[in-house]
Design a protein around this ligand. Sequence first.
Ligand SMILES: [Zn+2]
Length: 399
Amino acid sequence: MSSTAVTGIGELVTCDGTGPDLLGIHSNAALVVEDGLIAWIGSTAAAPAADSRIDVGGRAIIPGFVDSHSHLVFAGDRSTEFAARMTGQPYDGGGIGVTVAATRAATDDELTRLLGLRIDELRALGTATVEIKSGYGLTVSDEVRALRIARRFTTETTFLGAHVIPAEYDGDRAGYVDLVTGPMLQAAAPYARWIDVFCEPHSPHAFDAEEARSVLAAGAEAGLGLRVHANQLGPGPGVRLAVELGAASVDHCTYLGDADVDALAAAAETTVATLLPGVEFCTRSPYPDAARLVDAGVSLALATDCNPGTCYSSSMPWVISLAVRELGLTPAQALLAATAGSAKSLRRTDIGRLVLGNRADLTVLDAPSYLHLAYRPGVPIARVLNDDGFTRQRASARP
Ligand SMILES: [Zn+2]
């Protein structure tokens, strides 16, 4: 067993649910990490001896961000689509086909290399845990390949065969749903913890309520937890379907009616509403009203939705600044949603909060306070504190 004392923490934000704003803040703090877990928290003056010591010089430390929604396994480039959208072309989900073609054409080594670079990037921005979806393969072998590669980097893998109807199934939606709920699911399930579906009647490429219900029911039957993309492009049935089926997370939640908000509030212990304001920023779309959800008692998470079409950013600090500036969250609410909230959306209690026994996923800020996350948008002040034996999730792929 090896131990490391981290001392000189000007502001330790534990997000443990206690104290003002539920942030559990300790000043002039220290903590001890043993075998990657938090073994002691107290003042720097009282810090016990340890095998090694890291002094962070008065900086703030927060829980490593939990990015609970990403699409990081892909090849190709869609920067020209972004540029076109900025000149006024609306987004309807069709550009995903471009990424599907490029991803199918890439080798395993190339997909692994690209994913590794993206993982390095998000860790350099303070993210310690990331969920990764498939969904750019859309054949049995390509979906399995994406999940197999993603599993080398995270345990939080999500089967998203029901991302869009691929071009070769134009005119045969039922045939594709049969594939996703049958042979594709059976092949993908051993590599996935979750199943997800893009439930969006406003996109001709996505899935309607009954198709989404079939996908989620089959996933549950195969032992997978449920996540849903819902109510992104307009009002729809996805949020209430997610709540009805006990999904852990329903993501986007941009267009919500009162019945949706009521359903989410009633299901706050089970279903987390995950907001992805980077998408609204990058697609120049209206933002969800997060303050309305907080007032109603809805459980909230924040994530990047990092993907090549609608938000190619892996920056959780930027998402926090958007949530404060555009969604109506306080800086404290935004930080909680990006850590403990997103951990809850993954049904994880060992991450997202710095409490005894939890993983020592520490993100250090080049700042005296967590407030700087929203106060200094676009400035790279957050990074995962990386030390051998200290964080168990590595930047490079496991063998
Ligand atoms: Zn997404």
